[in-house]
Each structure stands twice: as C-alpha cells, then as structure tokens.
Design a binder for this molecule. Structure first.
Ligand SMILES: [Ca+2]
Length: 266
C-alpha cells in the first residue's frame, strides 16, 4: 500500500470511526488518486515535485456496476493536462477494501512543469459517474524538443510506435535507442500504452511517426489508437486512427498507419 493511501486510511478511520461507507471513503466522488510512483520506487504525493518523467499513477475507484459485481462495469481514464488516457481497473483485494471498491494503475508521461491529474470513471454507457479531486505535481525535468506518445483503447493487445529521424534511423520496440539522442521508453504489449518517444535536442530535418498493430493477443474488437505529438514542449497535436483486428500482422508493415511527418528547424 502506498504511504499516502495509508495516511488516508488513518485519517478516514479517525473521521468516521471504524470505516465506513463508500461515499465517505472516497470523499463522495467515488474516485481518488493515491499518488505517483516512478520506476525507482519514489512516491510523489499531491502538491509534490518529481524529477522523473515516467510515472505510475494509481488509486481507488468505485465500480459503477455495484458492490457485488465481479466485472468492472465501465472504463477508467486519467485526465492529464486536458488529455485523456485509459487505465486498467483491478478488483481491490486489500484488507481495507470497502464493498465495490476497485483499484486502478497506469503509466503516465509527465510534461515539464505543471501536471494536473484527475481520474474519471464512466459506466458502460459512457456516462461519467465519478471524478476525483485534482492531483497536482510539478515535474522538474528538462524540456524536450520532441515528445510523441502512443495510447490505445483496448486492453491486452500490442500496438507499436515507430519513429524515423531525418537520417532514416528507426526507433521501435526492438531498438528503443535506434535514434541517436532519442529514447523510446518501452514496448507495451498488453494494452493501453503509453509508448513514449522523447528527444531532448533534435537534429534538424524531417521526422516520420508510424504505428503498427502487432498482435491482437486474442482481442477481436477494433482498436482506437491515439498519438500525441508535442514539439518544444508546446501544445499537443492529437491524431487518431482505428485498426481492425485483421490488421494485426506481427511485424508486417502492410497496414501501418503513417501518423504524421514534421520538420525540426535548424
Ligand atoms: Ca507495443
């Protein structure tokens, strides 16, 4: 359990005695952000400062399907500086779990400077049923010339980000450092992403961004995909596309989605 979650339990236990009904637990909103954890295990609480760009955000939510449901009846999103990213809900098995309480966890790529997060729960009809209080952290990280983030809206399958630099160097899942001076952070193979490419000092010239649907891993539905590109830490440009299950073809480029090309100036 995260430290600030423990603190919340202690606080709520103090406020409500032996804890509680669900609306008390989650502040009446039905959703909380417990904190951010970086890959070295460092925890950043609300209002804190971090020097790590990639974070895991986690917390607790109520299942819109009710306390007795064994399936999660909806979807969970993190709104990060106005951009929405889906995360995976998991049934809560901690000893302090209230009936109907679930947890969620997902990776997030922070922007340099201010980051404002809320978790949003929708029911199966797409209605927002709960929204957490805003969670703010400041990321003390160097600005990047290029940030490209890939996410997708199905769980369990494998979509891949491919970046080509002006010299034809290629960064992708099996060569994460394929572009000198750039970094593709990871290969997510089981749903939602993000896969993020960053480059602190971009060489001038034209870059190309592509996405390949590698494997369904048994997911038979269509896969809505979003790529966000931010140059010089400016506003993100979002691009969307939908792959069919039949377009997953391992490392065959036939069905590649060419997302965008952009030119970095001298
Ligand atoms: Ca992948």
């Amino acid at each position: 359990m995260e430290i600030n979650t423990i603190a919340s339990v202690l606080l709520l236990t103090t406020l409500f005695g032996s804890c509680c009904n669900m609306s008390d637990w989650l502040g009446g909103g039905g959703a909380t952000i417990g904190g951010l954890t970086d890959r070295s295990g460092g925890v950043t609480a609300d209002g804190g400062i971090t020097t790590e760009r990639v974070q895991t955000v986690s917390g607790r939510i109520m299942n819109p399907a009710g306390a007795d449901a064994t399936e999660f009846g909806g979807r969970v999103y993190i709104d990060h500086n106005g951009n929405r990213q889906q995360v995976t809900p998991t049934q809560c098995y901690e000893t302090d779990c209230a009936p109907g309480e679930w947890t969620y966890s997902g990776d997030l790529v922070l922007d340099s400077g201010s980051n404002q997060l809320t978790v949003i729960v929708e029911d199966d009809s797409g209605n927002v049923v709960s929204t957490s209080p805003t969670f703010g952290v400041n990321a003390d990280i160097p600005p990047r010339d290029i940030t490209v983030t890939l996410t997708w809206e199905t769980d369990g399958n494998d979509v891949d980000l491919h970046i080509y630099d002006p010299s034809g160097n290629h960064a992708y899942y099996s060569y994460l450092a394929g572009i000198p001076g750039g970094n593709l952070d990871l290969d997510d193979r089981d749903g939602y992403g993000p896969e993020t490419f960053t480059m602190e000092h971009a060489v001038p010239g034209e870059y190309t961004v592509k996405v390949r649907y590698y494997s369904t891993h048994g997911v038979t539905s269509e896969v809505p995909v979003t790529v966000r590109i931010s140059l010089n830490e400016g506003a993100q440009q979002a691009y969307t596309h939908t792959f069919t299950a039949e377009q997953a073809n391992m490392d065959d480029a036939t069905n590649d989605w060419t997302v965008a090309t952009f030119t970095m100036p001298q």
